[in-house]
Design a binder for this molecule. Structure first.
Ligand SMILES: [Zn+2]
Length: 309
């Protein structure tokens, strides 16, 4: 099995500087440094310069600290290649310079370079958390971000609160003929299909979650659950944990009809033919689902699922 080496949102390169997050003197000096760069994020988007030619590359737009808007600030890290320190600020986006526009991870995740893909993923995840976790869960008091922005503190009882990440499993199931199981979610329009996925429940292992979710959604029992790779998916706060699993022979698919509308086995030839006939459409390359499907297929597949903008 080839490794999942092209996970768009798992490419971050900056040092996260976890030691410096609570060092207020260091943080103040870094913010005062005109060479520091700030990424402003709002509602999952940041400004980016996007080449609309065939190469399709993108780069984030940063501002120096003195030009950054007021908002919740957090340290993202330092690029050790050139020493630049990066912060994120959750605030309304500044006016877009010519040639730039707001963009979300789904659109530019595969177009950004490694450093920028990691910075945007990290910043969106932290901003989403700050935006939705504003009060102490113990007593309801509004919390205050701690230095560095990687935790909040309740001023009433002093409790500290840390960013949330929800683990989700996503799995490609094969039968004894090495056909793969693809399903259409009842909430998805038209021809979209993907592999099965679901959230890990409290008190459950990821392997148990894989077995439970496949059985719930298709009545297929799987064995030999193997981890293949992970990708953060901060929309709003998931960590996608990728797996392969095997379905022993002699089982019939029975979808739940609530979450899954239909599910079928596809050989590699059948999959390519169905895509080319536009009978089905796979998830976009930015998703771990697409990468796991192409890993099984043995190479790239045509794209037909329109990317959301
Ligand atoms: Zn409290």
């Amino acid at each position: 099995m080839t490794p999942l080496d092209s996970l768009a949102l798992s490419r971050g390169t900056v040092d996260r500087l976890t030691e410096q997050r609570t060092d207020t003197a260091w943080l103040d000096a870094a913010w005062a440094d005109p060479g520091t760069r700030v990424l402003v994020v709002s509602d999952g988007q940041a400004l980016a310069r996007i080449d609309d030619d065939e190469r399709g590359q993108a780069a984030l737009v940063f501002v120096p600290p003195r030009q950054a808007p007021e908002g919740t600030r957090f340290l993202l890290g330092r690029d050790d290649a050139d020493g630049t320190v990066y912060f994120g600020v959750s605030a309304p986006l500044p006016d877009a310079p010519p040639g730039t526009r707001p963009a979300a991870l789904r659109e530019v995740g595969t177009l950004l370079g490694d450093r920028d893909a990691g910075l945007l993923t990290h910043a969106v995840a932290l901003a989403n958390w700050h935006d939705t976790h504003t009060h102490c869960p113990v007593d309801g008091t509004p919390t205050v971000p701690g230095p560095g922005g990687h935790f909040t503190v309740c001023p009433k009882d002093g409790t500290e609160h840390f960013p949330r990440t929800d683990p989700a499993v996503i799995m490609l199931v094969t039968d004894p003929d090495d056909r793969c199981l693809l399903a259409r979610n009842a909430a998805w329009p038209g021809r979209r299909v993907s592999i099965l996925a679901g959230f890990v429940e409290p008190g459950e292992s990821v392997e148990q979650a894989v077995i439970r979710e496949v059985a719930e959604e298709t009545h297929i029992k799987v064995t030999n659950v193997r981890y293949v790779g992970s990708q953060p998916w901060p929309m709003p706060r998931s960590l996608m944990l990728g797996f392969r699993a095997e379905a022993p022979a002699g089982q019939d698919i029975a979808v739940d009809l609530e979450e899954i509308a239909e599910a079928y086995w596809f050989s590699r030839d059948e999959l390519l033919a169905a895509i080319e006939a536009r009978e089905i459409a796979l998830p976009p390359p930015v998703s771990i689902a697409r990468q796991i499907i192409e890993q099984w297929y043995g190479g790239p597949l045509p794209s037909t699922w329109p990317e959301r903008r």
